[in-house]
Design a protein around this ligand. Sequence first.
Ligand SMILES: Nc1nc2c(ncn2[C@@H]2O[C@H](COP(=O)(O)OP(=O)(O)OP(=O)(O)O)[C@@H](O)[C@H]2O)c(=O)[nH]1
Length: 278
Amino acid sequence: MSSPPIQWYPGHIAKAEKALLEQLKRVDVVLEVRDARIPLSTHHPQVDQWIGEKGRILVMNRMDMIPPKAKEQWTEWFRDRGEEPLFTDAQHGKGIEAISKAAQAAGVKMNQRRLDRGMLTRPVRAVVIGFPNVGKSALINRLLKKRVVESARRAGVTRQLRWVRISDQIELLDAPGVLPNKLTNQEAAIKLAICDDIGEAAYDNQRVASELIELIRSSSALETRYGLELGDLTGESYLKALAEANYKNDAERTARQILTDFRKGNLGAIALEMPPED
Ligand SMILES: Nc1nc2c(ncn2[C@@H]2O[C@H](COP(=O)(O)OP(=O)(O)OP(=O)(O)O)[C@@H](O)[C@H]2O)c(=O)[nH]1
């Protein structure tokens, strides 16, 4: 199919990047949130450079949306690279305690360095960052144990700065940092669009749904949900066939339905990315 590439608007990128750097300047520790369904595509190539020497906690959110096996394999893959991913389900409040503990541990290290330099100790300062809609606000609310940050299904609802206390030892910026994405890698852009992690980019639902069909073809999720065999059909042909069978030939409505079903978990727990072979 020859629809235009998925793009974000350059003005947004410059503005988002500036806001993000302002937030990062103020903190000791960064909670980097990724979507567990697509841990690589929700990794921003510049994030390591932006975080620099600060502590980083790697949060894999939406763990409820991937099979336990995928979680195990990703954990092993990241550990082989010296990283410890912490899996959360911010919607239902799972795995949150481990995040607070990790932030606290980072604070202990920071305060040891301060004491070594003859300075007073203070609470560790942290910020949650990640792509649009990965669950940053939901995570902040869970860390605070209350709903103070607006958490919405729409991408891009995040606002400005305020410190909130999670405990005696941790202060958190209540507004998450949104990672701007230039979307130069189209394969990643499509996965972000499928997962609704793309913010205000424009894209073609039918193309994105066709790609989703291709990506999940080895599972029986589509047959189970829609009662239509995939067989050897391409994603595009399956979309057409399903539109004809169930949706009065309306391919656009069919595409939106498939995407909504995937995003709501109606197709089951599916990882769209698995650790790459070495
Ligand atoms: N199933 C599931 N849904 C989640 C999880 N975390 C967040 N959500 C849902 O994902 C949607 C987006 O969550 P938000 O917390 O608003 O995401 P955000 O990253 O703050 O979004 P922006 O403000 O747009 O950058 C909401 O509908 C949440 O309820 C999770 O772990 N599992």
